[in-house]
Ligand binder design. Structure first.
Ligand code: ZN
Length: 300
C-alpha cells in the first residue's frame, strides 16, 4: 500500500508498504497537526484500499479515478454540513447504518472522518459501537488532538502519526505549488512549522487570524510595550476557540524561539498562556483574557 501524494513521512510509508493484505484492520487513526497532510494521506489510503490493481493505488483504474473524484459508491467522507458546527450525531448514526449494508462494488466500504477529535461524546460512543462490531467496512479517523478522543475509541484504532516536513522539502514543495517569489516562499516556510497546508495558507493570504496574531504577538515581544499592547487589542476580536488557537500557536513559537536562543526568557509568559488556555472551558470573556495578557506583558 502506497501513499503517492503524501510528502515526507518515510517511516509511515515504509510501515504501510510492509503491511500484509488486510493488515490495517478495520479502524485507522491518522494523527497530526492541521496542515500536516492527513487528508492527503486519507485520500491515498482510501484509493489504495479500493484500487483493483496490486500494490495500489495505481491512479488509473476506474476505482482509483472515482475515489479521487469523490464519486466512488463505497467511499464516504463524513464532513460537517454547516461550517464550524461539527459533524452531527445523526450523521454518525447514518454512517453506522450505512456501514452494515453490503458494499456496491468494492469488497468493503471505506468511511473517512476528517475531524474525529471534534466529535462529541455521544457521537464518539455511536462510532464506538460500529468499531466494536466490525462490519465489512474500514474507518479512517483523522485527528489533531488524540487526547480529545475517548480512550475506548483510540484503543480500537491502529494509529499512525504524521510528521511535519523538513524545511528544505517544505520550501521545495511550496515553490512547486505557487508562483510566489523565492523570498515569500522562504518566509512562509519558516513560519509553517513544517506543515505544507499551513505554508500554502500563508502564501494564499488565508492564514487564520489566530495564527497571524500569534506571530505578530511573539514578534512584538522584541519591540516596544506599545507594540505588544496594539496586538493584544486586536486579540479582543477573536472568538474563544480562536483565542485558544492563539495561545497554542504562541506557546509553540515561544518554544521554537527558546530552542533557537537557548534562553528561558519567556518561560513565565509561556506558562501564563498555558494557564489562560486551561481557563477557556470555563467560558471567560476573551476581552478580559487579552486585557490580562497585556497587563502580564507589562504593556498596560
Ligand atoms: Zn487503481
Amino acid at each position: 500500500m502506497r501513499l503517492p501524494h503524501l510528502l515526507g513521512n518515510e517511516a509511515l510509508k515504509a510501515a504501510l508498504a510492509a503491511l500484509p493484505p488486510g493488515g490495517l484492520g478495520s479502524a485507522v487513526l491518522l494523527d497530526g497537526p492541521c496542515g500536516v497532510g492527513k487528508r492527503t494521506a486519507a485520500r491515498d489510503l482510501a484509493q489504495a484500499l479500493l484500487c483493483r490493481e496490486k500494490n495500489g493505488p495505481c491512479g488509473v483504474c476506474p476505482a482509483c479515478r472515482r475515489a479521487a473524484a469523490g464519486s466512488h459508491p463505497d467511499l464516504f467522507w463524513l464532513e460537517e454540513t454547516e461550517p464550524g458546527k461539527g459533524v452531527k450525531l445523526e450523521q454518525v448514526r447514518a454512517m453506522r447504518a450505512q456501514s452494515f449494508l453490503r458494499p456496491s462494488e468494492a469488497p468493503f466500504q471505506v468511511f473517512v472522518i476528517p475531524r474525529a477529535d471534534k466529535l462529541n461524546t455521544a457521537s464518539q460512543n455511536a462510532l464506538l459501537k460500529v468499531l466494536e462490531e466490525p462490519a465489512a467496512s474500514l474507518f479512517l479517523l483523522l485527528c489533531e488532538n488524540r487526547e480529545a478522543m475517548l480512550q475506548t475509541v483510540r484503543s480500537r484504532c491502529k494509529t499512525f502519526r504524521l510528521a511535519p516536513l523538513p524545511l528544505p522539502l517544505l520550501e521545495q514543495a511550496l515553490r512547486g505549488r505557487t508562483d510566489a517569489s523565492a523570498e515569500e516562499v522562504r518566509a512562509a516556510a519558516a513560519r509553517s512549522a513544517g506543515l505544507l497546508g499551513r505554508g500554502l495558507d500563508i502564501l494564499a493570504g488565508q492564514e487564520p487570524p489566530s495564527r497571524r496574531l500569534a506571530a505578530e504577538f511573539c514578534a512584538s515581544l522584541k519591540q516596544t510595550e506599545l507594540d505588544t499592547y496594539a496586538v493584544c487589542l486586536k486579540l479582543g476580536k477573536l472568538s474563544r476557540e480562536e483565542y485558544g488557537d492563539f495561545c497554542d500557536e504562541s506557546c509553540r513559537l515561544l518554544t521554537e524561539a527558546a530552542a533557537k536562543t537557548g534562553s528561558g526568557q519567556f518561560l513565565d509568559l509561556f506558562e501564563y498562556l498555558e494557564k489562560q488556555r486551561a481557563m477557556l472551558p470555563q467560558n471567560p470573556s476573551v476581552t478580559a483574557l487579552c486585557g490580562a495578557l497585556a497587563a502580564f506583558c507589562g504593556a498596560f
